[in-house]
Design a protein around this ligand. Structure first.
Ligand code: XMP
Length: 518
């Protein structure tokens, strides 16, 4: 039972395409478990993974280049179906004696492809298909055992197949949504050709995770730092279902949370539907005390992280049998930290999470969401009864308002910011804009500016509003919110929040600016 939903799985080999992770997500959407490995993976790791099919991603390299990236020789001798996308197709062609050439020009964007031969890859598809191209090289001669199965005006070998050995290649990208029936093509490969059953579904994922958690922790107790964010909330709901009262959640109110956040989190998770063990730690004074007089953003972040860890450590030690520490690590975190271990990524800000816990905690880690993408986490969260507004809420940084109050953090400024932020968010909801932006919040600027209200002069603080649109939070555009909307929010903040005399809107993109101000 435990391994069942992973058993029939697909391996994606990464040759550096910006769409590689997207391939994995699409396969999982189809209902088949899938993982991405680097293209230089060892034979033993492939054997251990035991895939039912292999997909070779695209990539910026050129197979004609000396020392170009190649696929492990082993995959062409083990009898597993292989599907090459773009660069992946070039690799297959080269491997079996075909020819790949640069056309001198990059073809990028929509193309219409004509299916010229029957193949299992294009089963149930009409003759003409809208696809998305992004390539410079193309196959100009296919290997002997292969047949052309599709072509475009600019690319004679738009797709090729060796049905007998179950090797396929396409020049276009079926994983991007611009390829209209891309998901059908991927489904034809993983379900039709590789024969995978579609078991990677929320209900099965939950059942499987529960069985694994029970197996892993036995009668031990588990402690979880609950923040009220998507990942820790879903871990809490999952563990609650798996081990009930053996789970204790620690929720730390650091005084840097949004308006009524602490009450909302406690209400949801101690409600009848969950009725979890939650320790609520009111630690506002402790955090503010530690932050007093600190101005430097990095120093502030580090202090918030350290105080959090100290408190969490103290609370965990009070629990007698807590041998396990649960974390909401998700798949992209694993991928990112692997990438950052190469040392190529420069540290811009020290994002904190519970990973920095001291060794003397002497607990084992349990990370039940480690294999899941964010959208999968949300889907299983819904199935577990975590409220929609928790699952689809904008992200909130670990250091909270600490990175949204520039310079020194004072309680009175936190209180002003909370009120202004709540008005902004409330109006986003009521104008139907909340889910159209990826993240929105208010920032407290410690500058005073002159204003006039009634006949009285004001000399008060400034609030900046920030709203961005992004897919991955690595880059972001500022959101073009309607002027009427901004005007309403600004009026409300200045009228309703005593102590604010001016509201500005942040029109900086990332890069060069980061999303948070500190
Ligand atoms: P930046 O400001 O780096 O933010 O462009 C990118 C995304 O990360 C969030 N963020 C954090 N999340 N701990 C977190 O859990 C942190 O320390 C942290 N700092 C920034 C930020 O809100 C945005 O979504």
């Amino acid at each position: 039972m435990i391994k069942d939903i992973y058993k029939q799985r697909i391996l994606v080999l990464d040759f550096g395409s910006q769409y590689t992770q997207l391939i994995a997500r699409r396969i999982r959407e189809i209902g088949v478990y899938c993982e991405v490995f680097n293209c230089d993976v060892k034979k033993s790791d492939i054997c251990k993974f035991d895939p039912k099919g292999i997909i070779l991603s695209g990539g910026p390299d050129s197979v004609g280049r000396k020392d170009s990236l190649s696929a492990p020789e082993y995959i062409f001798s083990c009898g597993i179906p292989i599907f090459g996308i773009c660069y992946g197709m070039h690799l297959i062609a080269k491997q079996f004696g075909g020819k790949v050439m640069g056309t001198g020009e990059r073809e990028f964007g929509h193309a219409s492809i004509k299916i010229t031969n029957t193949s299992s890859l294009f089963k149930d598809l009409d003759e003409i298909q809208d696809v998305w191209m992004s390539h410079a090289d193309q196959v100009v001669e296919i290997p002997v055992q292969f047949a052309q199965i599709a072509q475009t005006d600019t690319c004679f070998y738009g797709a090729m197949a060796d049905e007998e050995r179950r090797y396929y290649g396409v020049q276009f990208h079926p994983e991007v949504t611009h390829t209209k029936n891309g998901i059908q093509i991927l489904k034809n490969f993983v379900v039709g050709i590789c024969g995978c059953e579609r078991k990677w579904k929320p209900r099965f994922i939950i059942d499987n995770a529960i069985a694994r958690i029970r197996d892993q922790v036995g009668d031990d107790e588990v402690v979880l730092a609950l923040s009220g964010g998507v990942d820790s909330s879903v871990v809490a709901a999952l563990l609650n279902l798996a081990i009930g009262t053996k789970l204790t959640c620690v929720f730390v109110d650091n005084g840097l949370l949004r308006l009524n956040e602490s009450e909302k989190v406690m209400e949801i998770f101690s409600s009848q539907s969950f009725s979890m063990n939650i320790i609520h730690v009111s630690a506002e004074n402790r955090f503010l005390e530690a932050l007093r007089g600190k101005l430097d953003p990095e120093e502030k972040r580090k202090i918030i992280g350290k105080v959090f860890i100290d408190i969490f450590n103290e609370e965990s030690k009070k629990l007698k049998n807590a041998r396990w520490l649960a974390q909401g690590t998700i798949h992209p975190d694993v991928v990112e930290s692997a990438a950052s271990e190469t040392g190529k990524a420069q540290m811009i800000k020290s994002h904190h999470n519970v990973a920095g816990l001291p060794d003397d905690m002497d607990m084992n880690l349990i990370e039940p969401l480690r294999e899941l993408f964010k959208d999968e986490v949300r889907r299983i969260g819904l199935e577990l009864g975590v409220p929609y507004n928790v699952l689809y809420r904008h992200p909130f940084p670990g250091p909270g308002l600490g990175v949204r109050i520039l310079g020194e953090i004072r309680k009175e400024h936190c209180d002003l910011l909370r009120l202004a932020d709540a008005i902004f968010i409330e109006e986003l909801y009521s104008w139907g804009l909340y889910y159209k932006v990826s993240q929105a919040f208010a920032v407290f600027l410690p500058i005073r500016s002159v204003g006039i209200m009634g006949d009285a002069r004001k000399y008060d603080w400034v609030i900046s509003l920030r709203a961005i649109e992004t897919v991955d939070f690595m880059t972001a555009r500022w959101a073009c919110l309607p002027y009427d909307f901004l005007s309403k929010v600004s009026n409300r903040i200045i009228n309703e929040v005593e102590g604010i005399s001016r509201v500005v809107y942040d029109i900086s993109g990332k890069p060069p600016s980061t999303i948070e101000w500190e």
